[in-house]
Design a protein. Structure first.
Lengths: 312, 220
């Protein structure tokens, strides 16, 4: 039974990911007073791309072909570490918060290699920018996760979620507020959302993700787009799991099992609306201001870790 | 335990953290109007703390003080400051001499410093360490804002933050001062803000800017 739920929640994260980016796009359109595209458009786009021919530049080596598959595989594996419906995950070992961070890093590393292998100057530019952003985002991400791990005395994602779930929401430690602040800033950078990168346009000289995938087409592009949608959903699910896990199924009764996915979708939609509001109310930062943005996340994360010792 | 008691206890226990968060956001803020909104929020957090103290201690004076805080610090002073900004027609930039990330790191260091500064007293006086640290952090943060921001209006806001620190310190150590003294302090503060507003206008009219780092010579 538990294995079935584990499999189901990992599958759910992967299958629902394009819908989540559809919801974010729709919320954004609503905030900007537009009607917006259908919620299912990302699925149609993926289907269209999967039916198309895969064009590879003459200068590219085999790496260019493999990179999207490795990115997709790493992201899907990372998704299997996230507790969604109940406080356990398909894979879960002691210390997997660190493994999770570096699984995402592996995917990103191969995407950068593929972008540079494509041979266009945009690819190299995007890859160098992505390297800068990810190097700066790594420290606050790890520190914020570790501060929560120190509080809950466990270093696995499912362990942290289990411990948080047992606490009364009113009795949460203050450290959670700082860790949440740091993780939200990092999440915006990791998922390539607006203050750091604009996912909606090819036309800006400051683009990061779009510059890297410019040479990709067909099924490869579909894999990359799907992987980045999964990454966004995964980060949102991680935030939900760490900071608002209440409502997850703690036993295997039918009502609880029906209730847990509904509540999870509700939380996802709330988060998506929050992202949409942030994206509509902020301007994209200049590239040179991104280190400032992530530096603030680092300051928050350092405070979170110090407060595990200072405050109770 | 009723919901109100629970909320009051939670407000008492976690107001220090919310005060720290407003301080960090003030350090990151790039516009004067954001700082004013944050100051108003900070005062609202203090007001909620006094309200919960009043609820727990069943004291009518504390309710009066909370009402004063809400009227003067949450509404009146921010409105006056917004009015000054509107009439000044100057740019909104805080003109910080440190970059955003430097300010946030300095603010984080000040918060940590305040914890170490109050640790000996909190043990001997048996006080709530978090709130005492929040008071010291507000004092330090107000001073830091006054030193590092070049706009004349930010000196006013820094001073107000500093005053909030003194208020929180009084609240934690002696559970607030007598009502008469509180009223006197609030009246002083209101007058102070009006006077400083006048000064800001004089600075603007005489020097045609608000940058205090350029005020080096006397001018008639």
């Amino acid at each position: 039974m538990n294995l079935a739920i584990d499999l189901m929640q990992a599958f759910l994260l992967i299958a629902v990911a394009p819908l989540v980016s559809g919801v974010v796009a729709r919320c954004k359109a609503r905030v900007q007073n537009r009607r917006g595209a259908s919620l299912w458009r990302p699925y149609a786009e993926l289907l269209k791309l999967f039916c198309k021919e895969d064009l590879v530049p003459d200068t590219a080596s085999a790496l260019f072909r493999f990179a999207p598959a490795i990115l997709f595989a790493a992201t899907v594996t990372a998704a299997a570490f996230i507790p969604v419906l109940h406080p356990a995950a398909l894979f879960g070992v002691s210390g997997d918060i660190i493994f999770l961070v570096y699984l995402l890093a592996i995917g990103r590393f191969f995407l950068m290699l593929g972008a540079m292998d494509g041979g266009s100057s945009f690819g190299g530019m995007g890859a160098s920018r992505e390297a800068l952003v990810s190097a700066l985002a790594e420290a606050p991400l790890l520190l914020a996760l570790i501060s929560v791990a120190i509080l809950t005395h466990t270093v696995s994602v499912s362990g942290i979620v289990t411990t948080t779930l047992q606490q009364n929401p009113f009795h949460l430690s203050a450290v959670y507020a700082f860790a949440l602040g740091a993780l939200v800033l990092v999440a915006l950078a990791e998922a390539g959302r607006i203050p750091v990168d604009n996912p909606a346009t090819h036309l800006e000289l400051t683009m990061i993700h779009e510059a890297m995938v410019l040479e990709y087409s067909g099924p490869s592009l579909a894999l990359i787009e799907w992987a980045s949608a999964i990454k966004l959903t995964l980060i949102m699910a991680l935030l939900i799991g760490l900071f608002a896990p209440w409502g997850m199924a703690t036993n295997a009764s039918i009502t609880v099992l029906l209730f847990a996915p509904l509540l999870f979708f509700f939380k996802l939609v709330v988060l998506a609306a929050t992202i949409a509001i942030i994206e509509c109310s902020m301007a994209k930062l200049r590239m040179y201001l991104v280190p400032d943005f992530l530096g603030m996340a680092s300051a928050l994360a350092i405070l979170a870790v110090s407060f595990t010792a200072l405050m109770r | 335990m009723g919901l109100i008691e629970l909320a009051a206890a939670k407000a008492l226990a976690s107001s220090a953290v919310f005060l720290f968060i407003t301080l960090l956001m003030m350090a990151a803020a790039k516009r004067i109007s954001t700082c004013i909104v944050l100051f108003s929020l900070q005062s609202a957090i203090m007001a909620s703390e006094i309200l919960s103290m009043a609820w727990v201690g069943k004291s009518a004076e504390a309710y009066a003080v909370a009402a004063l805080v809400i009227v003067v610090k949450v509404v009146a002073i921010p409105c006056a400051l917004f009015r000054i900004i509107k009439d000044l027609k100057a740019s909104q930039d805080v003109a910080s001499s440190t970059t955003g990330v430097q300010s946030v790191f300095i603010m984080a260091a000040l918060i940590l410093l305040s914890f170490f500064a109050v640790a000996p007293y909190a043990v001997t006086l048996r006080l709530d360490e978090d709130m005492l640290a929040a008071a010291v952090a507000l004092l330090l943060a107000g001073a830091f804002l006054m030193v590092s921001r070049k706009k004349a209006l930010m000196q006013v806001i820094g001073l107000l933050v500093l005053e909030n620190g003194i208020f929180v310190a009084a609240l934690t150590t002696t559970y607030g001062m007598p009502l008469v003294i509180e009223i006197g302090i609030f009246f002083d503060l209101l007058m102070g803000v009006f006077l400083m507003g006048l000064f800001v206008f004089r600075i603007r009219d005489t020097f045609e800017h608000l940058d205090v780092s350029k005020l080096r010579r006397l001018r008639g």
